[in-house]
Design a protein around this ligand. Structure first.
Ligand code: SAH
Ligand code: SF4
Length: 345
């Protein structure tokens, strides 16, 4: 069966014509898929034989709402979506003054095993197809009746561990014939799969690369992020410098502040030295506590002291506002609660 929503329009045209149908039908099918139609017989302007052919040879990926939570404090909405095989992923929609931003998942679970992360604790099931990543956006837009203008790939999973599907998704979602969300409005977050950062730099995508750093030295980082044993900081930062040189895009670093683990003055100084001369921005995030982990967020005064040191060293940093704190809005947590109740993981 062909995953029809993952095809570029040119591929759909080839597929249609190779099977004896006129090329213009591809655009009609494409338009229906963009509208979020999930059954071929809803495509009213297609002839019956084409609908029968499509139904027999293709499938349309879905993200069905299993659960929806809306924050009482802000307009953040969190979805638990059910995929065709009964797997679940989480998606969060945030409302900002400049529009709606969506945080999508790229895998069911994650192999990377970061100790502070709810997704990392749940193990790995499978990667999502490009169409399943798209379907999260379409389902959310349809449900909320809004147009989403920004995308962050910061939900469940490691995007660069699902490289081909993620790059396909990026091209599809930003194409004029697709949802047409510009690359400049897309951020991809990675824990630091170094070879894939080099590959990504060559794709000529104008996205923002966000790197989850969370520690200023190998010893501290390896304790919470096993990926650091394979790709230590020296190699990671070198790849980031190369990424900037090739793309001219400023890198953004995520740094979850954990009480007593990575939030000392010394850590801030080491971090400034590590990133010296790199055009970047640091997002400091007070760590979200996760079931089964004893990490606590850094105290407010620590956050201030840390940011002051960075600023004095000329490194741009901000403490990120936490949205949807009442609805487990950091990814991995809703699914965990859901499957826990079902007697899952
Ligand atoms: N796998 C990718 C993207 C998904 S995780 C990555 O790791 O970058 C999205 C972001 O949430 C990452 O920066 C990750 O480190 C962060 N994160 C995970 N668990 C967190 C927690 N408990 N508190 C704060 N940030 C967390
Ligand atoms: Fe995976 Fe990112 Fe969570 Fe690490 S932080 S386990 S890479 S989803």
């Amino acid at each position: 069966m062909t995953d029809i929503k993952s095809l570029y329009l040119s591929e759909l045209q080839n597929f249609i014509t190779e099977n004896g149908f006129p090329k213009f039908r591809a655009k009609q099918i494409h338009d229906w898929l963009n509208k979020g139609v999930t059954y071929f017989d809803e495509m009213h302007n297609l002839p019956k034989n084409l609908i029968e052919f499509l139904s027999a040879s293709c499938y349309i990926s879905v993200a069905n709402i299993e659960k929806k939570l809306t924050s009482r404090y802000d307009k953040t909405v969190k979805y638990l979506f059910r995929l065709y095989d009964g797997e679940f992923v989480e998606t969060v929609v945030m409302s900002y003054h400049h529009g709606y931003s969506i945080c999508v998942s790229t895998q069911v679970g994650c192999k990377m095993g970061c100790t502070f992360c709810a997704t990392g604790k749940s193990g790995f099931s499978r990667s999502l197809s490009a169409s399943e990543i798209l379907a999260q956006i379409e389902s959310a837009q349809r449900d909320l009746g809004v147009r989403i203008s920004n995308i962050v790939l910061m939900g469940m999973g490691e995007p660069l561990d699902n490289y081909d599907n993620v790059v396909r998704f990026l091209r599809l979602v930003s194409s004029e014939q697709g949802l047409n969300i510009g690359m400049r409005h897309i951020t991809l977050s990675t824990c630091g799969l170094v070879p894939k950062i080099y590959d990504l730099a060559n794709e000529e995508l104008a996205i923002t690369l966000s790197v989850s750093l969370h520690a200023p030295d190998d010893e501290t980082r390896s304790k919470t992020m096993p990926v650091n044993n394979t790709y230590p900081l020296k190699d990671l930062i070198k790849a980031c410098r190369d990424y900037f040189d090739k793309t001219g895009r400023r890198i953004s670093f995520e740094y979850a502040m954990i009480d007593g683990v990575n939030d000392s003055d010394e850590c801030a100084k080491k971090l400034a030295a590590l990133l010296n001369g790199l055009n970047c921005h640091i997002n400091l995030i007070p760590v979200n506590s996760v079931k089964g982990s004893s990490f606590k967020k850094s105290k407010l005064e620590r956050q201030r002291a840390f940011i002051n040191i960075l600023e004095k060293k000329g490194i741009a940093a901000t403490v990120r506002r936490t949205l949807g704190s009442d609805i487990n809005a950091s990814c991995g947590q809703l699914k965990r609660n859901h499957t826990d109740k079902e007697g899952g993981i």
